[in-house]
Design a protein around this ligand. Structure first.
Ligand code: ZN
Length: 509
């Protein structure tokens, strides 16, 4: 690999998916993986195979669908983890096993109950075992930044000897300051004697809002791989954001001087897909992909912009693919036109899924003359179910008004039975969800309820996202879309129920 190229290791599907409430199904993960390949990331970390059956299946499915990009599976330094990672990566054209163990005194003592010598031995054995399965092995020292630098350099040297081609130095708890982190990385690169061509990687968390800055400092001090997530998703405050690092490297190539293989025109589309599927919305003022990132309000700015865009814009919206999104379909676009547009947006559908999507599209096209990409995304995510539909909304009737108690009657398909119940509530949505749950009888606590108009206008599609907590631990995101917001709410609730059922059915322990 040439020296001036930064390897982009995307962990949206692993660390990003550990964002509270962001659980993705196997099918959703594959859809994101296909888009990540199109975006041009070098490595897709698809999951942590040993941790659950769904994780295993997701890594397996991504391995068989993605052909050009490296697929990585995460594993602790345990034999069963590494075996599971290898098995799930079986179909990958370019498999990587990513094994990790904590190296900081605080983690070794309180979490692992191991001495540094024991940790060193486990790390070396794990890398050797992983190398017996695949050629491409990455080692991470969890909480590396808070580790004793002398011990850390010893373990880096030992895992390189054992065959690790990439060694990752995470700031797991997001504690570093950029200049300090840069010096920390430089010390490793300059003082590990066998470093040779080993790629030093960094994985920065955003607890102090410094993940991108720390990653850039590391690059300037010799790191050649960065671990990032789309929209900055990840544990707690998240990981370094893919789009911010990539655009900083591109926009300030004059100063930093490194390239990536990212096709930046796919950034906006990727961000949208991840936001829609994970149910985690992007804040409007988020750098690069926020709704306001290219919006100009103040008159003096607009005046300047009209004269020359560079007065207030350091990059163009076209650079991240923003204007490419503005293609409008109508009734006469036909099924082929719809299919073409959906493929451009990153959705690969089966014939029956396409038929279902086309029917919904015609209904929407009748109500709205112009169908935007945002509408299509809402239709697809509503129509193409990521998990089996055990529960299905068949019929509902609501009576509501200013001087009546809102009541709702719902008919629900439960497997092959039909059940009907009525309930009253504080409002029509409340009454409907209560009626559904009186059929299903699950101990669900409803968290955040958000309603978003997908495009402007009163005829717009409304998209409802619900956070549902079951048994006080599992948080599921239910989504539903319709031009009728009550129907969208009911569908979102039923979608959540199906995900809960699927999770319970596929759970190992
Ligand atoms: Zn992490």
């Amino acid at each position: 690999m040439e020296k001036k190229r930064i390897v982009i290791f995307d962990t949206t599907l692993r660390d990003g998916e550990q964002s509270p409430g962001a659980s993705l199904s196997v099918k959703e993960k594959v859809q994101i993986a296909i888009q990540l390949e199109r975006l041009g990331v070098d490595i897709i970390e698809a999951g942590f195979p040993v941790s659950s059956k769904v994780q295993f299946e997701a890594v397996k499915a991504c391995s068989s669908e993605v052909r050009n990009t490296i697929i990585a599976g995460l594993a602790r330094t345990l034999e069963k983890d590494i075996k599971s990672a290898y098995e799930s990566l079986g179909d990958a054209a370019h498999p990587r096993i990513h094994t990790f163990i904590a190296t900081s005194p605080i983690h070794m003592k309180h979490k692992l109950h191991k001495t540094p010598d024991e940790v060193m031995k486990m790390a070396v054995e794990a890398v050797s075992l992983a190398r017996s399965y695949v050629d491409d092995v990455e080692f991470s020292g969890e909480d590396a930044f808070r580790s004793d630098p002398v011990f850390l350099k010893e373990i880096v040297e030992a895992v390189i000897d054992a065959g690790a081609g990439t060694v990752n130095i995470p700031d797991t708890v997001g504690y570093a300051i950029p200049s300090e982190f840069g010096a920390f990385i430089r010390d490793i690169i300059e003082n590990v004697p066998n470093i040779g061509d080993t790629v030093i990687s960094v994985h920065c968390h955003n607890d102090l809002g410094l993940a991108v800055a720390n990653s850039l400092a590391a690059i300037q001090n010799g790191a050649r791989q960065v671990e990032v997530a789309v929209n900055g998703l990840g544990e707690r405050a998240g990981n370094a954001s893919l789009e911010e690092i990539v655009m900083a490297l591109k926009g300030r190539h004059d100063y930093v001087g490194f390239d990536t293989a990212i096709n930046t025109k796919e950034i906006y589309r990727t961000s949208h897909l991840v936001s829609n599927l994970s149910g985690i919305r992007v804040q409007p003022n988020k750098a690069i992909v926020g709704a306001n990132a290219f919006a100009h309000e103040a008159g003096i700015h607009v005046d300047g912009l009209l004269k020359a865009r560079s007065t207030y814009e350091i990059m163009t919206p076209e650079a991240i693919g923003l204007t490419d999104m503005k293609i409008v379909l109508g009734r006469h676009s036909g099924k082929h036109g719809l299919q073409k547009r959906l493929e451009d947006m990153g959705y690969i559908l089966s014939d029956s899924e396409l038929d279902a999507a086309f029917e919904r599209f015609l209904v929407v096209a009748d109500k709205k003359k112009e169908v935007f990409d945002e509408d299509l995304a809402a239709i697809i995510e509503d129509e193409i179910h990521s998990v089996p539909e055990y529960y299905k909304l068949d019929y509902f009737h609501i009576s509501s008004g200013s001087s009546t108690i809102p009541t709702s009657t719902v008919k629900l398909l439960v497997g092959d039975r039909v059940e009907q119940k009525s309930a009253w509530g504080d409002g029509p949505v409340d009454a409907t969800l209560k009626a559904i749950n009186s059929i299903v009888g699950m101990p669900i606590k409803l968290g955040e309820y958000s309603l978003r108009a997908v495009t402007a206008g009163t005829e717009a599609i409304g998209e409802v996202t619900l956070k549902m907590t079951v048994n006080d631990n599992l948080i599921i995101t239910g989504r539903g879309a319709s031009t009728d917001i009550l129907e969208a709410s009911a569908k979102a609730y039923v979608d959540g129920l199906n995900k809960i059922k699927y999770w319970q059915d596929t759970r190992e322990n």
